[in-house]
Design a protein around this ligand. Sequence first.
Ligand code: LLP
Length: 423
Amino acid sequence: MTPSAFAYVDGVLHAERVSAVDLAEQFGTPLYVYSRAALTDAWQAYAGACQGRRASVHVAVKANSNLAVLNVFARLGAGFDIVSSGELARVLAAGGKAENTVFSGVAKRADEMREALIAGVKCFNVESIPELDRLNAVAASLGKRAPVSLRVNPDVDAKTHPYISTGLKSNKFGIAFDEARTAYRTAAAMPHLNVIGIDCHIGSQITEVAPYLDAIDKLLELVEQIETDGATLSHIDVGGGLGITYLDETPPEIGHFVRTLLDHIEARGHGQREVYFEPGRSLVGNAGVMLTRVEFLKPGAEKNFAIVDAAMNDLARPAMYEAFHAIAPVVQHAAGTTPGQIYDVVGPVCESGDWLGRDRHLAIHPGELLAVHSAGAYGFTMSSNYNTRPRAAEIMVDGDQAHVVRAREEVTQLFAQEAVLPA
Ligand code: LLP
């Protein structure tokens, strides 16, 4: 990740070569700001480690689905991982290719399968027998054979937040390990499916390699059994999930992570198979910040509050997962000029869960700007219009240029699809 993508120049936070103060003044707040260089660097770290290997990288669109972000990756030759026909439409609109796109998700609708089959996606990651039945029927109605991988739940503990841990028996995801071999036999017998791979996704914000190696070992054991039953699996999709540094986490560096997994698969005698990666957060998380302005400072008996103009609708992760995002003033005060205090940084929404940071030491005044860091993943994509708050604008900085890649919503747009009853 580009350490310099968001850095202070003479006490003012910059996105690449553009001042965050200028961005906030020109485009208003709350404001998502992405760095093209940081996106590119993260991609290159994956692509570099895959070079010369049988491996490909599919950007998990759910982490950040802005067209400009997807387009930056598409221009770099990325594949994509989608979970809806909406995301497929975005990928195609952004210049991505269906034949480099894998379709994940627990419950794809028949119409979504249809669209994806017509577009010609690379693979459907199927998660249950009923979903296999549905895909077989949809493919039959189109006279096609759908390329299929089964998402197997390897039952490993990714040691992450329970809401974003997905590879345990207790999770709703994937086909149980013990049932997978039978499921493969069932799939192989369906005339409109072409079974080509196996996949898993054990969770998100994973900061260790070990759970991946455990999951891969279980998958490979299964692959060997499945192939004795007569199928041929040409790829292994190891999912996404690599974590980033929000505070003091020390996830493996992307290149090291990729090489470790590829070497492990090769060492286990499976080097002939293509390995797919589906990263989201590690590509975009630290390539974005959210800028917000302090409305009021509100001292309290037990807590001081910095009330800002961004809220849980703009960045849901703290409210949803008690997630930590570093928060820092955009303009640093000279040492000793502004006494620091401990604040809870909260939004204007009438919910106690509406907070962005707790117990943060900040030297700030009302009207000043704060940067909420590591907001590029699951920031804008999880934002909502709660309280009829228009969603933030999104900007992409490229060197010394700032481009509006999503205009701020207008209030009238928010109810344009609504209607009142006839008189
Ligand atoms: N592939 C599949 C099948 C997934 O379900 C996910 C994310 C990914 C890839 C990408 O995972 P990543 O590399 O971004 O960890 N909203 C939560 C994260 C939910 C992740 C869901 N699945 C958050 O804000 O932390």
